[in-house]
Design a binder for this molecule. Structure first.
Ligand SMILES: Cc1cc2nc3c(=O)[nH]c(=O)nc-3n(C[C@H](O)[C@H](O)[C@H](O)COP(=O)(O)OP(=O)(O)OC[C@H]3O[C@@H](n4cnc5c(N)ncnc54)[C@H](O)[C@@H]3O)c2cc1C
Length: 387
């Protein structure tokens, strides 16, 4: 694994910086994020640059690259002050699900549009009675003629308003009927305009460009062709999605952390309240330096986790550690940035406080800090579990 950016990665970073400065870039993202609306122009520009097809195989119109490049893209967008949850659930997770486990027909049908940005997916696993414990989920797909009938409910599902399709995790065998709790999960593609599919917006306060929804599946009929892979084998495919989800979430947190810290550095180099710029006071300089160091460490772990995934090696622990470290470092950077701005830290004009909810989210989702520590305790240290 090389720590240097390849020439094409350097070009990508440069292109993202130029995009951020363009009319479709950061100003557009920010205006939309504060209004909780989708930045269509940014999305189109990302598609036109080929960035939405990073993980799409070349034969389906993508770049055929890996999670390393995807994470670099997300980190760079973050470092320019922009983040899109749809790029986690659609451009990363759903694309990987289809590219790795989709049927030839599913690949032909969805991958070219995913690369072009015209096809968008949301991802739905969380349920009111099964948040941190996904194996307990109750949404059930039962065989019905030549297809399935789906009943159940999901909540906190991001970006449904933008998505034509939902990558849905269901049970095909109820939890009570399996001895191994991982058995009986299945992945489906469900159209968001299917009869019986309804949604209700949730009142989240994130300063983000996607909304969160409660979804109701009331006897939604899907053809057998909408099942991804084998019935009941969903847990095997899920880990190919959930680790990348952690990696790109880590990349977003690291990037946004760099952005807010950069603003704090610029502000404190300039502002004087005594004889020297406030950034000269170690009371501010050291916390900023510490945050910079923690962001760098998180970025390194994120790259390692992406490398493991791209090379087909087990990387659950690394993806979890990267997500936890990046969420902590991003939040630390945001807190320091707010502090360094004094009262201005609380104004929209100086921006830094507006990133707090999004960075704080990454401590809770897609997997909470506590569940990561549980994972490390059990799978890395070999400790017994409490639940
Ligand atoms: C803005 C936002 C966007 C989201 N987008 C999506 C999406 O697109 N798709 C999707 O499927 N989901 C999405 N989620 C859901 C998210 O992944 C869950 O909220 C998260 O996994 C936590 O689940 P929960 O809310 O049910 O919390 P709970 O599982 O109820 O947990 C509550 C608290 O208890 C702690 N806890 C629970 N069990 C243990 C334990 N054994 N040990 C220690 N602590 C424990 C948790 O760590 C947490 O702090 C989103 C959530 C938010 C807020």
């Amino acid at each position: 694994m090389s720590f240097e950016l390849a020439p094409e990665e350097q070009l990508m970073v440069q292109a993202v910086r130029e995009l951020a400065a363009s009319p479709a870039g950061r100003a557009h993202w920010r205006e939309r994020a504060l209004a909780n609306e989708f930045p269509e122009r940014l999305w189109d520009a990302l598609a036109a640059a080929g960035f939405l097809g990073i993980l799409v195989p070349q034969e389906y119109g993508g770049a055929g690259l890996g999670l390393r490049e995807m994470a670099l893209l997300m980190e760079t967008l973050g470092a320019e002050g922009m983040a899109l949850l749809l790029m986690i659930v659609s451009t990363t997770m759903s694309t990987i699900a289809l590219a790795r486990h989709g049927s030839p027909e599913q690949k032909r049908r969805y991958l070219p549009g995913l690369a072009q940005g015209t096809t968008r997916f949301c991802f739905a696993i969380t349920e009111p009675n099964a948040g941190s414990n996904s194996f307990r989920l109750e949404t059930l797909a039962t065989r019905d003629g030549d297809g399935y009938r789906i009943r159940g409910q999901k909540y906190f599902i991001s970006g449904v308003e933008q998505a034509q399709h939902c990558l849905l995790v269901t049970r095909t065998t109820p939890a009570r009927d399996v001895t191994d709790k991982r058995a009986g999960l299945s992945l489906f593609i469900v159209d968001t305009d299917a009869p019986g599919f309804t949604k209700q917006v949730q009142d989240t306060a994130l300063n983000e460009t996607e909304r969160q929804w409660t979804l109701f599946f009331d006897d939604v009929r899907v053809p057998r062709a909408s099942l991804i892979g084998d019935e009941g084998a969903g847990h095997r495919y899920l880990f190919d999605l959930l680790n990348p989800e952690r990696v790109v979430s880590a990349a977003i947190a690291t990037g946004l952390g760099r952005y807010v810290l950069g603003r704090a550095v610029a502000y404190t180099r300039d502002r004087k309240v005594f004889s020297v710029p406030i950034g000269a006071h170690q009371g501010l300089a050291h916390p900023m330096a510490l945050a910079a160091a923690h962001l760098e460490l998180a970025a390194l772990m994120t790259r390692k986790a992406a490398w493991l995934f791209d090379n087909g090696k087990p990387g659950g622990a690394e993806a979890n550690v990267a997500k936890m470290a990046a969420a902590d470092a991003g939040l630390e950077a945001c807190d320091v940035a707010i502090q360094a701005h004094g009262g201005n830290g609380f104004t929209r004009e100086y921006e830094v406080v507006t990133y707090w909810p999004l960075l704080r989210l990454i401590k809770t989702a897609p997997v909470s800090r506590e569940m990561i520590l549980n994972y490390i305790g059990e799978h890395v240290l070999g400790l017994p579990r409490s639940y």
